[in-house]
Design a protein around this ligand. Sequence first.
Ligand SMILES: [Fe+2]
Ligand SMILES: [Fe+2]
Length: 322
Amino acid sequence: MKKLGTKLNKRLNLADQMVLIAIFLAFLYWALESFLNVFSPEEINFYRQIFGPNVSEIWMRLIVICLFMIFGSHVQYTINKRKQAEMDLLESYRKLQNARLATILGLAKLAEYRDEGTGTHLERIREYSKIIAEEMVKNPRHADHITPEYIDDIYQSSILHDIGKVGIPDAILLKPDKLTDEEFDVIKRHTNLGGDAITAIESQIEGQSFLALGKEIAYNHHEKWDGSGYPRGLTGEGIPLSARIIALADVYDALTTERFYKDAYSHKRSRQIILDLKGTHFDPEVVDVFLALEDEFNRIRLENLEDETELMKPLEQAVASY
Ligand SMILES: [Fe+2]
Ligand SMILES: [Fe+2]
């Protein structure tokens, strides 16, 4: 019985409940009037003294109360419905956004798999870039530029930095020996290829600010502070901040992980290499932020390496069974 009551209660929305209360009050009035008819005029006068000079006023009051309650309940019902519709809309937007981001991560991974294996390079890059941006915003100089939206965008868009590699032939991209100058010129093209690809996507999707930042990063992540980078040889603050951040995150990850052309360096050795490149390859301020956060960098590196080992386990077992 209790279960039925709860079930019924769930099925009845607020408006239905209010209508039922109104019907109940109307019934109450009818019962009251019938009750009064039983009594003599003297007795009725006694009740008139309690309820007022005119008993029929109670009638009117009850009707007005009922009408207000019905009206109020409908207003409440409409508000609730609108709130629910807004929440549903937000939820679908969030799901759509997640689907888009997952698709983009998938595409970025396809580009990454070609020369950096099946690891979690992109996942680490976005963590490194996020913590650098969060630390840099503490400097009032960046307060206007690094907004919470910027931090979110750099987290999402950093994974697109090397998407242009899909346009580089395997023979050059995977060449274990030293590249010739001509081959290196081909490698350099991945920056413009990636930037152009994101520009094309951006023109098809409105309101995706992370694509604007992704484009900036893809074009400029190989620029160097002293102007010796590529593709345009930009210098200092002429290089977008996002690209200066990703440049350090990308190199730190390349140094600390195994690649087909090198073993993984320790955090200490990688730290020293980055420090030596302060003011030449890297923005000195970004290097200082890296030094302030080096424990965090090391923690993210170790955590992801553990994840990678876990990911590889079934593969190793499968290979071992052949
Ligand atoms: Fe790159
Ligand atoms: Fe990379």
